[in-house]
Design a protein. Structure first.
Length: 345
């Protein structure tokens, strides 16, 4: 629950707290929120700048960098890593700004694929077959060493700095890893499309479970689970949505799974579940509209009334929210009860 200055002023006006207490409490809340990521101008600048810096050494590597492949590029990576670590300590130890510090250590970790590729190239392991620019565009089992090294680097950085944004490269690399593992295991790049979709679902579900475990262990003050949830749901939902089903029962099961995602997202207060669930549910309803009930006059009316009914269900939920919330918490096991309670504070 977010507390605004207006609410504190209203509480003071109602005589619940003194005006001086409202001012002191607001200063305390404002100071505590300044270290939590939010949609504020300074934080927007932090993340935009950080994403540009991270993208510059990962996604936006051009063919011109191929001229430095090998030891020269490894030296450049070493310098940039030193700069990233130095700025991390500058922001963390001198300026006391954890958000830009977390972004800079994440920038350092994001250098790992390029550094590993440079070392491999210097040792003659690539022989010009692939370039670092291809890492984000093509699936290839040979990128696995780069991905595993990035996971190891991120694990060390997490152990040392405890910065939630470090889970961003971890989630991305886990996503890439599941795409590269299938041709590596089965040695077949052309005939594993269906298996890739199933692998995507399994990896996505595993990442969601990992995010849930992290969520239970860490709490919400430092949101370590956000990026794992995002890429876990993305990977699972994309694999699920790409599965081919010729039966109406299979398509309806897809609709039910999306409803389950919506319920999980509501329970955990995680919007990413609701966003992808909404896309899946709308996709299924669109299929019914244009394929199954193409000539039906009643279908849009029925859907409209279902939507209105859901709105009224929301009204009833709001009226009895405390009682229903207490009943749900009572039915949950201990660790999950604490997680859900924190999520809805």
């Amino acid at each position: 629950m977010q507390v605004t200055r207006e609410q504190l002023d209203e509480a003071a006006g109602a005589g619940l707290i003194a005006a001086e207490q409202a001012d002191a409490l607001w200063r305390f809340l404002h100071a505590s929120r300044s270290d939590a990521p939010g949609f504020r101008p300074a934080h927007i600048l932090y993340y935009v700048g950080g994403m540009l810096a991270i993208s510059a050494v990962s996604f936006f590597i051009t063919l011109a960098w191929s001229a430095f492949a090998g030891w020269p590029m490894l030296a450049i990576c070493g310098f940039l890593a030193w700069l990233g670590i130095a700025l991390t300590h500058y922001f963390l130890d001198i300026r006391r700004l954890p958000i830009p510090a977390g972004i800079m250590i994440t920038f350092t970790v994001a250098l790992t694929p390029l550094a590993v590729y440079s070392l491999q190239h210097a040792l003659g392991m690539w022989q010009g077959e692939q370039r670092s620019v291809d890492f984000h565009r093509y699936v290839d089992w040979r990128w696995i060493l780069m991905e595993l090294a990035t996971l190891a680097t991120a694990a060390i950085a997490l152990w040392r700095y405890r910065m939630p944004f470090l889970l961003f490269p971890v989630a991305v690399v886990l996503w890439y890893l599941q795409m590269d593992l299938v041709p590596f295991i089965f040695n077949d790049l052309d005939h594993t499309w269906e298996l890739r979709k199933l692998t995507s679902m399994v990896f996505g579900l595993a990442m969601i479970l990992l995010a849930f475990w992290v969520d239970v262990r860490s709490g919400r003050r430092q949101d370590y689970a956000f990026w794992l949830y995002l890429f876990g749901v993305l990977t699972f939902w994309c694999g699920l949505s790409l599965l081919r089903s010729d039966s109406e029962l299979g398509k309806f099961a897809y609709f039910l799974i999306n409803i389950a995602l919506l319920l999980v997202g509501t329970l955990l207060a995680r919007r990413v579940f609701a966003v992808f669930a909404a896309f899946g549910m709308l996709g299924y309803l669109g299929y019914l509209c244009y394929r199954v009930f193409e000539d039906s006059l009643l279908f849009p009316i029925v859907v409209a009334f279902i939507g209105i009914g859901i709105i009224f269900a929301g009204v009833q939920w709001q009226r009895h929210e405390q009682r229903l919330h207490a009943a749900i918490l009572a039915a949950l096991p201990g660790p999950m009860r604490e997680l859900v309670a924190r999520a809805h504070q």
